[in-house]
Design a protein around this ligand. Structure first.
Ligand code: ACO
Length: 432
C-alpha cells in the first residue's frame, strides 16, 4: 500500500515565533504531525511518556482501529482469518504480505518440519534450570542461545529470511514444550514430521514415551485460532521492544528474546496468567466478584482488573470476543464445567455496567478468556504467556523484517527531561 502524503501544516507558536510542522495523512486518513525537525527548527523536543501519542514507524503488517474494535492483518479481518486459516497460513501471510497458495503452504510446512528440532547440545541447557523456573525465562534464554547455534541472518531478503523465520517459528514451539516437560520432570517428546504445527505442539506437551496423546481435532482447531488471535497487534510493547533492540542491528534471535521478556510483564502478555490467578482467588474466596471490582476502582490501591483495559481499544477487543466464543465452544464440547468461566462472565457483566469502567472505556482484552481455554486443554498457568509468545512470533519477525528494510529507520534513541543534579563540586573519596 502507498505511504502517507503531506496534507497540510500545523503551526506551533512559541517564544514569539511560529514554526510550521507538516501534517502527514496515511491512506486510511490517520493524521500525524511530523516533528522530525522540531528540535532543529524550534529548539524543542516532544514529551510523551508511554509514547501514547508517538508514531514510531510506518507499518503495513497489522492495523488496529481502537474506536471500532477492528483488527486486520495485512488487510484481512481477524474474524475471517481465525475462522478459515491455520496459524501457519497466517504466519505466512504476515511474513510474505500475501496468503499462501496450497503449494506455498505445503512448502512452508515442509520447512517447518525440517527445522523443528533444536541442536542436541541445547538439550543439556534445560537440565540446569531449577524445576520452578518460569518457562518465559527459559524461553527467552533459549531463543538468544539459538544465535550461537544457527547462522545469523546476513540478508533480510527472501530465502535466507524464510529459513530463519521458519527456524524460529518451529523451534520456539519445541523449546516451549521442552521447558514444560522439564518443569514436570518428564522426558522430552520430539517433534514429528507426521503432525501439523499445532498438533505437533500438543503432542510434545501432553504425550510421553508411555502414554499417547489422543489428538482431538477440535482442540487443534482451537489452538490454531488462539495463536492466530495473538499473531500481531501493531506497535504494542513487545513488538516495539523487538524494533527498538533491532534498531541497534543486533541479530534477530536477540531481538525476539527481548520481545519475549517484554511480553512476560503482567501489563502485557503476562496478564493471561494474572487473570486466572485472580479468578482462582475469587473462587477460593467464595466467588463474589464485587470485592475485586471495588479494589480495582480504589485509586489508592495499585490493583487492576487483569484482562481489562487497553491502550488502543476503547471498545470491546475483537480478539476477546472470539476468545470468549472459543472458550465456550471448547468447554462445551469437552463437557467441562469450570467455575472460573462463570466467575469471569459475572465479572465482565458487573464491570461493563459500572460507571468507573464505562467512563474509562475499559473492556475485556484478549487475555481475559484465553486462560480458561488453556486450562481446559490442560496447560499449566505459567505456560499461558508462552502460548502468547508462540502466537506473536510471526508478527515480531514480520515487524523486524519491515524495519530492517526501511531505509529511513535509524537507531531508536529517545530524549529525556533531566531531573538529576548538575554542577556538583567533586568530593574526594576520603572527604565523603
Ligand atoms: N482495572 C482498573 N482500572 C484500570 C484498568 C484495569 N484493568 N485499566 C485501566 N484502568 C484505569 C486507570 O487506572 C486509569 O484511571 P484514571 O484515569 O482514574 O487514572 C484509566 O483506566 C486509564 O488507564 P491507563 O493506565 O492510563 O491506560 P493505559 O493505556 O496506560 O494502560 C493497560 C493500558 C496497561 C492495558 C491497562 O488497561 C491495564 O493495566 N490493564 C490490566 C492489565 C492487562 O490486562 N494487560 C493486558 C493488555 S492487552 C495485551 O497486552 C495483550
Amino acid at each position: 500500500m502507498s505511504g502517507e502524503a503531506e496534507s497540510g501544516k500545523a503551526q506551533l507558536a512559541f517564544d514569539g515565533r511560529t514554526v510550521d510542522l507538516p501534517v502527514l495523512t496515511d491512506h486510511i486518513g490517520q493524521r500525524a504531525v511530523d516533528i522530525r525537525n522540531l528540535r532543529k527548527d524550534a529548539g524543542l523536543t516532544a514529551f510523551d511518556p508511554g509514547f501514547a501519542n508517538t508514531v514510531s514507524c510506518r507499518s503495513g503488517v497489522s492495523y488496529v482501529d481502537g474506536e471500532a474494535g477492528r483488527l486486520v492483518y495485512r488487510g484481512y479481518a481477524i474474524e475471517d482469518l481465525a475462522d478459515n486459516c491455520t496459524f501457519i497460513e497466517v504466519a505466512y501471510l504476515l511474513l510474505h504480505d500475501r496468503l499462501p497458495t496450497r503449494p506455498q503452504l505445503e512448502q512452508f510446512s515442509v520447512l517447518m518440519n525440517r527445522h523443528s528440532m533444536i541442536h542436541e547440545d541445547m538439550i543439556t541447557f534445560f537440565a540446569k534450570y531449577p524445576e520452578h523456573a518460569h518457562p518465559m525465562a527459559v524461553l527467552s534464554a533459549m531463543v538468544v542461545s539459538l544465535s550461537s547455534f544457527y547462522p545469523e541472518l546476513e540478508e533480510s531478503e527472501s530465502e535466507e529470511l524464510d529459513i530463519t523465520a521458519t527456524r524460529l517459528l518451529s523451534k520456539l514451539r519445541t523449546i516451549a514444550a521442552f521447558s514444560y516437560k522439564k518443569s514436570i520432570g518428564e522426558p522430552f517428546v520430539y517433534p514429528s514430521y507426521k503432525l501439523s504445527y499445532c498438533a505437533n505442539f500438543l503432542n510434545m506437551m501432553f504425550s510421553s514415551p508411555v502414554r499417547d496423546y489422543p489428538m482431538d481435532p477440535m482442540l487443534v482447531r482451537a489452538m490454531n485460532q488462539l495463536l492466530i488471535l495473538h499473531a500481531d497487534h501493531d506497535q504494542n510493547c513487545s513488538t516495539s521492544t523487538v524494533r527498538l533492540v533491532g534498531s541497534a542491528r543486533v541479530n534477530l534471535y536477540a531481538c525476539i528474546a527481548a520481545g519475549i521478556c517484554a511480553l512476560w510483564g503482567p501489563l502485557h502478555g503476562g496478564a493471561n496468567q494474572e487473570v486466572i490467578e485472580m479468578l482462582e482467588l475469587i473462587h477460593k474466596q467464595g466467588g463474589n466478584v464485587d470485592g475485586v471490582i471495588e479494589k480495582a476502582k480504589d485509586r489508592k490501591d495499585p490493583f487492576r482488573l487483569s484482562g481489562f483495559g487497553h491502550r488502543i481499544y476503547k471498545t470491546y477487543d475483537p480478539r476477546a470476543k472470539i476468545a470468549k466464543r472459543i472458550c465456550q465452544e471448547v468447554l462445551g464440547k469437552l463437557g467441562v464445567s469450570d467455575p472460573l468461566l462463570d466467575i469471569a462472565m459475572r465479572l465482565e457483566e458487573k464491570a461493563l455496567a459500572d460507571p468507573f469502567f464505562v467512563e474509562r472505556k475499559l473492556y475485556p482484552n484478549v487475555d481475559f478468556y484465553t486462560g480458561i481455554t488453556y486450562r481446559a486443554i490442560g496447560f499449566p498457568t505459567d505456560m499461558y504467556t508462552v502460548l502468547f509468545a508462540l502466537g506473536r512470533l510471526p508478527g515480531w519477525i514480520s515487524q523486524w523484517q519491515e524495519m530492517v528494510r526501511d531505509p529511513e529507520q535509524k537507531i531508536w534513541r529517545p530524549r529525556q527531561l533531566y531531573t538529576g543534579q548538575n554542577n556538583l563540586p567533586f568530593v574526594p573519596i576520603d572527604k565523603r
